[in-house]
Write a protein that binds this ligand. Structure first.
Ligand SMILES: [Ca+2]
Length: 407
């Protein structure tokens, strides 16, 4: 009888342990599921061939969950072999950005600065805090006879007697300075949230890297951003600088939602940037923007002007309507249009061919077909007597017989 009772107790204990183990397994499964989500970037970084270093160990997890980091443009979207330069990346949910990942070897990039515009609520709260601090400083200095914050004995005694006298401390002074600094960057109500944040990075390209397209991502505590194209070129690069206060609106100063600026061409032409061929030209098209580049050409030169725009950023999810439709036009020294292109066969990015008729200055012009524009209307133009493959025939390689494809 005693044995039976012991056996029953053993069975009950084992059942309890089984239930406990099942519960533990369920809990563990949940944790693993969440853990997998958290370690995907690290796992991806550890994959053979991936050139993504793991996130630094000192990084603290985000205090609150933010959206997936996203980048909307990279400007300039590439550079020359052996060059060191700064690149601005626009995006969203980039808090804590600390790493830049570029596919392939030979490119080093570090984060210099992250700029996130204040929200209206943050701006209002900071202004209230600033007002509060200013009143506190006024009250604190008003109690002091010399008014300079250097209390004398009488002031100290007076302050000691009145326990409600506010004390102006070094921390208050520091906070006041920080708030003033933050308020200098007011919220941009018209900026599009998906590209409102900017990250400035420093890029160094080794001289011997292979030219071509790479992928660039940003690493944040929330994970990796989407990739965007980053090009490595061999030609000299020129990048236009948008001038604030010019006829072209400053970055972010126009409503991004109002992409369509049809008919709103700039009242005055922008300054023309001088370049020398062959070259790669980088720029951004803002609303109503028309970019122009002047260069010297000799009679008989066969120029190829190939723009990359949609190729760099194929899809703007929030743009209504659609995308950057770049157009190219070439003008001679008298201002006559000698060539124009708004696409190339079935590709939306234009390519322009022109045999130079006479020596002299020429001006290349690029704009959106209907004068739309935004910071993420980024382009690169290859310009000069450059090799350009227009067709290959046949596109197959025969096992037997002569094989002489025509290019
Ligand atoms: Ca521009």
């Amino acid at each position: 009888m005693g044995n039976i009772k012991r056996w029953q107790r053993t069975v009950r204990r084992r059942k309890t342990e089984d239930r406990s183990q099942k519960s533990d397994i369920c809990t563990l499964s949940s944790v693993l599921c969440l853990g997998v989500l958290a370690i995907v970037p690290a796992a991806w970084a550890a994959m053979p061939g991936a050139r993504v270093p793991p996130l630094s160990r000192g990084q603290a997890p985000p205090l609150r969950r933010q959206g997936n980091p996203r980048i909307g443009y990279v400007y300039p979207a590439g550079g020359q072999q052996g060059a060191t330069f700064q690149v601005v990346i626009g995006g969203q949910y980039l808090d804590g950005v600390s790493n830049v990942y570029v596919s392939g070897a030979g490119i080093q990039a570090t984060v210099l600065e992250h700029n996130k515009p204040l929200t209206q609520r943050e701006f209002t709260l900071l202004r209230e805090k600033l007002k509060e601090l200013q009143q506190k400083r006024l009250a604190a200095t008003a109690r002091l006879p010399d008014g300079q914050g250097n209390s004398n004995k009488a002031g100290e005694q007076e302050g000691a007697q009145d326990s409600t006298t506010p004390q102006w401390t070094a921390e208050d002074e520091q906070m006041l300075a920080e708030i003033k600094k933050k308020l200098a960057n007011p919220p941009n109500r018209q900026a599009n949230p998906v590209i409102a944040e900017t990250v400035t990075i420093q890029v160094t390209i080794a001289p011997d890297v292979e030219p071509g397209e790479r992928e660039l991502r940003l690493g944040t505590p929330s994970g990796l951003s989407n990739p965007l194209v980053f090009c490595i070129g061999q030609l000299a690069e020129f990048s236009e600088k948008e001038q604030k206060g010019s006829t072209t609106p400053a970055l972010g100063s126009r409503p991004a939602g109002s992409l369509v600026g049809a008919g709103s061409a700039p009242a005055q032409p922008e300054p023309v940037m001088s370049i020398t061929l062959p070259a790669i030209v980088n720029g951004q098209i803002l609303p109503g923007d028309v970019d122009r580049f002047r260069f010297e050409a000799r009679k008989g030169q066969q120029l190829v002007v190939a723009a990359s725009a949609r190729e760099l950023i194929p899809y703007l999810a929030d743009a209504v309507p659609g995308w950057f439709q770049a157009t190219l036009a070439l003008y001679d020294a008298n201002g006559n249009e000698v060539a124009y292109a708004d696409d190339y066969r079935f590709h939306p990015d234009p390519v322009l061919f022109y045999e130079v008729a006479q020596d002299g200055e020429y001006v290349l012009e690029i704009k959106d077909a209907i004068y739309r524009g935004r910071e993420d209307f980024v382009y690169r133009i290859a310009l000069g007597e450059l090799p350009f493959v227009t067709s290959i025939f046949p596109r197959t390689n025969c096992r037997s017989g002569p094989n002489s494809p025509r290019i």
